[in-house]
Design a protein around this ligand. Structure first.
Ligand code: PEP
Length: 249
């Protein structure tokens, strides 16, 4: 049986009322699949609502889109891991490309955040990926390895084994242009080798970047993909329901 993780990144969309309607629709139609998990990353104001709606479900969970590395303090606008935990989060995104490239998050920031997320008992979902000019310059693997090293180097093997990684080429996010399954698989293999070399033998590696109903089956037919991280196509409950129910051999 193949284990798959489907992660929905709602970005700055879906308030609590809309989330309640969304999750009700989703739960009414979703038939659990063995080995399949579905995670939702709503905005901070919606996290508690979604976590409550999913309470008691092992296969379904809510997570934070971003966290600060400090557990508390004078950091206006930020949320800490303990606050996310109290709201019901079981995971947190770290280093999403919008955090890196819109808000200037550095590799050093991602390292602090991964450690804070692990210390708080949540699963870090670390996002890495190259920009278009880096891809065109043949630097994809160098960039991805730099981001992995920056965030994860020095973690104990047990901690590293808890980290989930998403390969999200920046040029594919929200553009309608996805990496081909073969291209994504090539990067996944390199990432898997990097993680395995540090003791994480059974790493979970997702692909993200313009995943939709047209390309999901072809992408998941590639066994290197352990699931997907999806923005735009996760915003409508009916589409997401179809997406997470994609048959995979
Ligand atoms: C994302 O936000 O992580 C993402 C992959 O977005 P989209 O699916 O819209 O490209």
């Amino acid at each position: 049986m193949r284990s798959l993780l489907f992660a929905a990144n709602w970005k700055m969309h879906v308030g609590p009322a809309a989330a309640r309607a969304y999750i009700d629709h989703f739960l009414a139609g979703y038939k659990p699949h063995p080995g399949r998990r579905v995670w939702f990353f709503p905005p901070a104001t919606t996290l508690h609502t979604v976590a409550q709606e999913l309470a008691g479900r092992e296969d379904l969970a809510a997570g934070a889109q971003d966290v600060h590395w400090e557990p508390k303090g004078a950091f206006t606008g930020e949320i800490s891991v303990p606050l996310a935990v109290e709201a019901g989060a079981r995971a947190a995104l770290v280093g999403h490309s919008e955090r890196r490239h819109v808000f200037g998050e550095t590799d050093a920031d991602t390292a602090r955040k991964v450690r804070a997320v692990l210390a708080g008992g949540l699963v870090p979902l670390l996002c890495v990926g190259e920009k278009l000019e880096e891809r065109e310059a043949g630097k994809t693997l160098a960039v991805v390895q730099r981001q992995l090293t920056g965030a994860l180097e020095g973690l104990e093997t047990e901690a590293l084994g808890k980290v989930i990684v998403a390969y999200e080429p920046v040029w594919a996010i929200g553009t309608g242009k996805n990496a081909t399954p073969a291209d994504a698989a090539q990067v996944h293999r390199e990432m898997r080798a990097w993680l395995k070399g540090r003791g994480a033998a059974s790493a979970v590696i997702l692909y993200g970047g313009s995943v939709n109903l047209k390309n999901i089956a072809e992408l998941l037919a590639e066994p290197e993909l352990d699931g997907v991280l999806v923005g735009g196509a996760s915003l409508e409950a009916a589409t997401w329901l179809q997406l997470v129910s994609t048959p995979v051999s």
